[in-house]
Design a protein around this ligand. Structure first.
Ligand code: PLP
Length: 404
C-alpha cells in the first residue's frame, strides 16, 4: 500500500509552478488525494444545494453525504455518538467555541486554566481573550531543553480552582508527541478539571481514540489529515455539551424562534449556526476513507523511518541545530543554521523546489523559550521519501558552502 501512495496525490507530479515539488510543509497543511479533489468538484458541478432544509433531491443527497462524514468522524475518533461530533471551520474555531461556550457553563471569576509552553497561538489567544472578559488566571506548564513537557511540574500547577487544561497531542513546531494519557491521569487524580486536547497535528499521524485518551474535548482540522481547508471538528462529551450554551446564533442551530425567545436545536446542531463548508465536509469523508485504507502502524513506521533518516543526515551538517531533541517525536524537524536566518534557508530551498516553512510556526512563546527568533521546519507525511530527504540534505550543504 505505501508503495503506490504517491499516485494518489496529483500535486506531487504537477509542474505548473516549475519542477516537481518536494513538499515538506505538511505540518502547515497536507496535500490532498485525488478522491478529495474529485469530491469537491462533484459537489460544485453536480450537487450544489444547501443541507438540512430542503426536501428536493439534491438537498437530500448533500445532507446524507454531509452526515456520512459525521458518522465516519465519530468512528475515527471513537466517540459514543454523532451528537458529540460538531463541525467547525477548524481547530482554531473549535477552541474559540470552547473558550466561549465551555467558559459560560463552567468557568467563573477567580478560576484557573492551564496551557503549555508548546502551544499553537490558537490554543493561547482564545484563553487570553477569555481572561479579558472574565477574571481568570492562565498557568503555563513549561518544557525542558529537549522540548518535552515537564509533566512532573503539573501537580503543583493544579488546584481546586483549575477548570480546564488545554494542550496539544503533537507539537506542530517541534513534532514532540506529548504523553496525553499520563497528563490526563495526573489531572484526574489531583483536580476536577476538564481536559481539552488539540489534536490538529496528530490526526494524520496517530490513531486518536477519545475514550482511550479519556479527554472531555478534542479539536482537529481536516486540512492536516488530507482533507479540505475550512473544515474542523470539536468533540465533546455529550453531558458537557448539553450544559453549554451555543457560541454562534443563527440558522440551523435553532428549534423555535420568536422575538421574545429562541429555543435551541439538539446536539450537535446547536453549535452549527449558518451554512457550513458543505462541499468541504463532504470531501473530508474521502480523506478519512483514504486514511482508513492504510493503517496507522504503517503510517507511523514510514514516518519514523524518514524522521530518523533525516535527523541523522541533517545533524551531520556543521552548524545546524535541531530544536526538539526528544525521543518521542514524529514527522517534524525544526532547525536553525549558524549565520543564516530561517527565512533565507526557506528562500534558498524554494529555488530547489523544496517547500519548507520558516518563522515562528504560530508558537511565538515557544520560540522565545528556545532562544531563537524563528526556525526552518521540514515536516513529513506518508508520501515523502528518503530520496527527497537526500535532496534536502544536499541543498542545505550547498547553502552552507555559499553563505557560511
Ligand atoms: C494547525 C494547528 C492549529 C490550528 O489549526 P487551524 O486549522 O489553522 O485552525 C492548532 N494547533 C496545532 C497543534 C496545529 O498544528
Amino acid at each position: 500500500m505505501m508503495d503506490n501512495i504517491r499516485s494518489h496525490f496529483p500535486q506531487l507530479e504537477d509542474t505548473t509552478h516549475g519542477n516537481k515539488i518536494i513538499y515538506f510543509d505538511n505540518a502547515a497543511t497536507t496535500l490532498k488525494p485525488k478522491s478529495v479533489a474529485d469530491s469537491l468538484i462533484t459537489y460544485y458541478q453536480k450537487e450544489t444545494s444547501n443541507i438540512h432544509r430542503g426536501i428536493h433531491t439534491l438537498s437530500e443527497v448533500s445532507t446524507n453525504k454531509y452526515e456520512y462524514t459525521r458518522e465516519l468522524l465519530k468512528d475515527f475518533i471513537g466517540a459514543n455518538s454523532t451528537k458529540e461530533v460538531i463541525f467547525t471551520k477548524g481547530t482554531t474555531e473549535s477552541i474559540n467555541i470552547l473558550a466561549h461556550s465551555f467558559s459560560s457553563a463552567f468557568i467563573g471569576p477567580g478560576d484557573e486554566i492551564i496551557i503549555t509552553e508548546l502551544e499553537h497561538h490558537s490554543n493561547i489567544v482564545p484563553w487570553q481573550l477569555l481572561k479579558d472578559r472574565c477574571d481568570i488566571t492562565i498557568k503555563v506548564l513549561p518544557i525542558n531543553d529537549k522540548g518535552e513537557l515537564q509533566v512532573e511540574k503539573l501537580k503543583e500547577l493544579l488546584s481546586d480552582k483549575t477548570k480546564l487544561i488545554s494542550f496539544n497531542y503533537i507539537s506542530n513546531a517541534l513534532g514532540i508527541i506529548n504523553p496525553v494519557k499520563e497528563i490526563v491521569k495526573i489531572v484526574k487524580e489531583n483536580s476536577n478539571a476538564f481536559i481539552h486536547v488539540d489534536a490538529a497535528q496528530a490526526s494524520g499521524h496517530t490513531k486518536i481514540d477519545v475514550k482511550d485518551l479519556d479527554c472531555d474535548f478534542l479539536s482537529l482540522s481536516a486540512h492536516k489529515m488530507f482533507g479540505p481547508t475550512g473544515c474542523g471538528l470539536l468533540y465533546g462529551k455529550q453531558e458537557h455539551l448539553e450544559k453549554m450554551p451555543p457560541f454562534l446564533g443563527g440558522g440551523d442551530m435553532i428549534d423555535t424562534v420568536t422575538f421574545e425567545k429562541t429555543t435551541f436545536n439538539d446536539l450537535p446542531y446547536k453549535f452549527e449556526a449558518g451554512t457550513p463548508h458543505i462541499g468541504g465536509i463532504i470531501a473530508w469523508a474521502k480523506a478519512i476513507e483514504f486514511i482508513n485504507s492504510l493503517n496507522f502502524d504503517e503510517i507511523q513506521r514510514h514516518e519514523d523511518d524518514l524522521l530518523k533518516y533525516a535527523t541523522a543526515k541533517l545533524s551531520s551538517i556543521d552548524g545546524l541545530t535541531i530544536h526538539g531533541t526528544s525521543e518521542k517525536k514524529t514527522s517534524v524537524i525544526s532547525f536553525t543554521m549558524e549565520g543564516l536566518h530561517a527565512h533565507d534557508i526557506a528562500t534558498f530551498l524554494n529555488k530547489y523546489n523544496i517547500a519548507v516553512r520558516s518563522g515562528h510556526h504560530c508558537t511565538s512563546p515557544l520560540m522565545k523559550r528556545l532562544g531563537v527568533p524563528a526556525t526552518a521546519r521540514a515536516s513529513f507525511s506518508i508520501y515523502n521519501t528518503k530520496q527527497e530527504v537526500d535532496a534536502l540534505y544536499e541543498a542545505l550543504v550547498k547553502i552552507k558552502e555559499m553563505f557560511c
